[in-house]
Design a protein around this ligand. Structure first.
Ligand SMILES: Nc1ncnc2c1ncn2[C@@H]1O[C@H](COP(=O)(O)OP(=O)(O)OP(=O)(O)O)[C@@H](O)[C@H]1O
Ligand SMILES: [Mg+2]
Ligand SMILES: [Zn+2]
Length: 235
């Protein structure tokens, strides 16, 4: 079964071309360069969620975030090709609503725009996808999914540590992290847990690998989630 392609930026209809009906013009979408990389990442999710599609250094909320934290991401993206070749990643951790997912999405978006293959998942969603491969008549086998997760240039895992932990979950997470560790492929992850808490909740062998692969980026402060009148929103 072939799956219809969706534009990771939510701009085109998935074809890689943007059609201007009025002027009867077709122009390439900025997702166009991704199509080759996507073939390698067959069937993995690479869509930037709508809320984060407009993320950029020079707009809120990122322009309002602590400069030192933003600087880490800026330096990472400035050397993106090298970082991805070396399998270097980022580990964003800290309080609720401090911009971890926003910054991680900026990394994924920049990598996608540079034509790199990216897989974007919250950990619960990734685990659900793995669980599905066990279902009878599943589209992909477990090993096939794991291979693809090990191959993409960048794996973005959001919300690590929110899932209720079971031996099965720990084993899956270890398998993915270890496969990428061995292939020297980058991981960007966000979590609310400190390293100590994470070591208690997930396998210390997983945490140890992540520590070697990722630069740590703490984000603390008060929760910035609040209701904003629609008229006052920037994006
Ligand atoms: N420094 C900031 N200034 C203003 N708004 C911010 C700031 N940081 C985050 N926000 C806003 O707060 C909301 C939450 O941001 P985000 O989803 O990135 O948080 P998070 O750290 O991933 O939270 P969680 O730990 O709950 O997943 C978003 O609406 C974002 O635009
Ligand atoms: Mg988040
Ligand atoms: Zn597109």
């Amino acid at each position: 079964m072939s799956v219809a392609r969706t534009c990771p930026f939510g701009v085109c209809d998935g074809s890689g071309m943007v059609v201007d009906d009025e002027r009867r013009l077709a122009a390439p979408c900025r997702c166009r360069g991704l199509i080759v990389g996507e073939r390698r990442a067959r069937g993995l999710s690479n869509a930037i969620p709508r809320k984060y599609r407009g993320v950029s250094f020079d707009r809120p909320p990122i322009s309002d975030m602590p400069a030192a934290s933003v600087q880490v991401v800026r330096a990472y993206l400035r050397n993106l090709d090298q970082r991805l070749e070396e399998g270097r990643g980022l580990w964003l951790y800290g309080d609720v609503g401090t911009g971890k997912t926003t910054l991680a999405m900026l990394v994924s978006k920049t990598a996608l725009e540079a034509g790199r293959s990216v897989a974007i998942y919250s950990l619960p969603r990734l685990l659900a996808e793995i669980r599905d491969t066990y279902e009878e008549g599943s589209r992909h086998s477990y090993t096939d999914l794991l291979d693809r997760l090990a191959e993409v240039d960048l794996l973005h895992v959001d919300d690590v540590g929110t899932e209720k932990t079971s031996a099965w979950v720990l084993e899956q997470l270890y398998a993915i992290v270890n496969a990428r560790y061995e292939e020297q492929k980058s991981i960007v992850l966000t979590t609310n847990l400190s390293r100590e808490e994470l070591s208690e909740q997930i396998n210390p062998r997983t945490v140890s690998r992540l520590e070697e692969m990722c630069e740590e980026l703490p984000l603390f402060g008060s929760d910035h989630r609040r209701y904003v009148e629609p008229d006052l929103r920037t994006a």
